[in-house]
Write a new protein. Structure first.
Length: 231
């Protein structure tokens, strides 16, 4: 049976809600990537068969030529950069990253309040994954696990003192990345894995032989993680 779906608003952002909000045993927020929309990811929540309430927030900015963005990326400059090869965002400091972080944090706080005592999982793909990790490193927000799909570090010089704090100690973190990712370099995913593991997180590393995407093997591993929390 297909899970129920509706569009709601939490913390000032619209979101697609999938699942039984009252009966779910786990609450999951999944932030989409650049030039995407929540509807690009929400179908997977219907087929993952986990006792979860999924929330897919919509990024606040319009992207060109389609979709949304968490912070502004010039499409022309992006295309020029991609012609030079896959990227690593570790050294980048987008001017509107703090505003994006504030928007996502407001949503996460509202979702966490709605979750109550249930395990609260935060996840993100690509740009959404970068923002998810950046936000959680700075926020006093208790989560049960984090999942980062085809992402990268960002503003890493600001992360380094935050990684030294105990907030990541023993936190289950799923990190996946495609070995032939033409957008974000595979080495960027490895570096993200390594910095989180060094900070004490319980990292599950899932490389796969595809590109910039979330393949079935990753959804299955996410399902395993959610089932382990749905006690």
């Amino acid at each position: 049976m297909s899970e129920s779906q509706e569009t709601i608003e939490l913390g000032g952002l619209p979101a697609i809600s999938v699942g039984d909000r009252a009966a779910a045993r786990v609450v999951v927020v999944l932030a989409h990537g650049f030039q995407m929309e929540p509807a690009d990811l929400s179908p997977f929540a219907h087929s993952i068969r986990a006792p979860a309430w999924f929330l897919f927030p919509e990024a606040p900015l319009v992207a060109e030529p389609r979709g949304r963005a968490w912070w502004f990326i010039d499409a022309k400059l992006r295309d020029e950069a991609l012609r030079r090869g896959p990227r690593d965002f570790a050294g980048q400091h987008p001017p509107d990253l703090p505003a994006a972080r504030a928007r996502l944090l407001a949503f996460l706080q509202a979702a966490k309040a709605a979750a109550g005592t249930r395990p609260f999982v935060v996840a993100g793909f690509s740009q959404g994954g970068m923002l998810t990790c950046d936000t959680l490193l700075r926020a006093e927000l208790e989560v049960a696990a984090m999942a980062l799909f085809s992402a990268s570090r960002i503003a890493f010089d600001e992360w380094e003192p935050l990684l030294a704090s105990p907030r990541l100690a023993n936190l289950p973190v799923l990190v996946s990345h495609g070995e032939v990712d033409a957008d974000l370099a595979f080495s960027a995913g490895e570096a993200l894995r390594d910095c989180l593991a060094a900070a004490g997180a319980n990292v599950t590393w899932l490389p796969f032989g595809q590109g910039h995407e979330i393949p079935l093997v990753v959804w299955r591993r996410l399902r395993t993680l959610l089932l382990s929390l749905a006690t």
